[in-house]
Design a protein around this ligand. Structure first.
Ligand code: NAP
Length: 349
């Protein structure tokens, strides 16, 4: 089969640094054939990297959406533009992959889920953490430590002034709820929910530590899971003073513990200990995780390719419904914090 022709909507940092290289690494599956950007000079520079002819570089959205050569849209604009893009893609009958979070508000997220449910056109949310190889390594170990009773997720780090993402104006003046808590937090929530299940309710406190964040930038919470007795804590924020970068998910069972440790991006690792008591406890097992430099993006793209080829939207893992839950958790954190930590239900759809 010929590669799928991709039209890129929004040629910013992540389109250039990750999406384009990923497509170029899989030339039998994808070919970037067109690009759109509001600021045309950036689309032109992107077009040169992608080897596009000048007539395939757009500064009007309708132009790229309706380009007959484009078979699939890949959209990397701030989340407040996701709903409009979904409507345009559905009208054109073209599959669209949208960058996370699913939307800027819960109202928009609800509408995207309903629209996606109403059509056969595949609409995906690019939550690449759902595709991290550590998930496949951890899953069989979890079966051995069960029943799971609790977990703690911690993703914390120092504030980095030279962060290229932080300097984008739409992140500094976020229209998306929770600012960095939804921008990066949905990745963490994807990992937690993929391994431990959906969150039913939260008690959370948020704070804004850095004015550069535009809104609250740390959350400390306790959570209850849906359809189980599992409880946990979820802590997120990279707005602190000097500290190490720490990303780990520790899952406690009645028969052991599993730790997914992503603090060093280049050395992801999963650790496990088995036994129902201290006396019966095994030595710690250390399972290496295959290194994925794309952090799940290539696997996510392949899953979307498969979805389009099979003409079955259900083949795609990262659906709007799945991504809705992650944003709904952030919305619940914010609401709980406004109520000084009262327990708040996570909206379901
Ligand atoms: N999955 C991941 O790990 C990951 C990592 C990074 C980013 N992302 C996602 O990728 C997307 C792009 O992020 P980025 O870091 O690449 O940001 P970026 O470089 O700032 O790119 C943002 C894009 O949106 C456009 N844009 C910004 N504000 C706009 C406005 N008010 N009206 C119309 N267009 C506007 C920009 O156009 P101009 O060039 O004209 O400003 C640019 O095309 C976001 O959805 C982000 O969440 C995902």
């Amino acid at each position: 089969m010929a590669p799928l022709n991709v039209g890129i909507i929004g040629t910013g940092i992540f389109a250039t640094d990750r999406h384009l290289p990923s497509y170029q690494e899989m030339p039998d599956k994808f070919k970037v054939v067109a690009a759109f950007n509001r600021t045309k000079s950036k689309a032109v520079a992107f077009g040169e990297k992608a080897g596009l002819s000048k007539d395939k570089v757009y500064d009007d959205l309708a132009g790229i959406v309706n380009d007959p050569e484009v078979q699939m849209l890949d959209m990397l604009l701030p989340a407040q533009f996701n709903l409009d893009t979904v409507k345009r893609a559905i009208e054109a009958g073209k599959p669209v992959l949208l960058e996370k979070p699913i939307a800027a508000t819960m109202a928009q997220a609800r509408e995207i889920v309903k629209l996606a449910d109403s059509v056969d056109t595949p609409i995906g949310i690019a939550e690449n953490w759902l595709y991290l190889p550590c998930i496949d390594v951890a899953r069989p170990l979890l079966e051995k430590i069960g029943p799971i009773v609790a977990f703690t997720h911690n993703s914390t780090g120092p504030f980095v002034t030279q962060n290229k993402y932080l300097s984008t104006s739409w992140r500094q003046n976020p229209e998306h709820i929770g600012g960095f808590l939804s921008d990066g937090g949905v990745h963490q929530l994807a990992l937690v929910t993929e391994l431990v299940g959906e969150i039913a309710s939260v008690s959370a406190l948020t704070r804004q530590v850095r004015k550069e964040s535009g809104t609250v930038d740390i959350v400390f919470s306790t959570v209850e899971m849906r359809n189980s007795d599992i409880i946990g804590t979820f802590t997120y924020g990279s707005a602190f003073g000097a500290t190490d970068k720490s990303v780990f998910l520790k899952i406690y069972g009645k028969n052991g513990t599993v730790v997914v440790e992503l603090s060093d991006k280049k050395k992801p690792v999963v650790k496990a200990r088995f036994g129902s008591t201290a006396e019966e406890g095994s030595e710690e097992e250390i399972h290496s995780v295959p290194l994925d430099d794309t952090f799940g993006v290539n696997a996510e793209f392949l899953n979307f390719h498969d979805t389009i080829v099979k003409k079955d939207k259900n083949v795609f893992k990262s659906t709007p419904r799945v991504a809705f839950h992650h944003l709904a958790c952030v919305a619940a954190f914010l609401e709980s914090s406004e109520k000084n930590g009262d327990h708040v239900k996570v909206e379901s759809i």
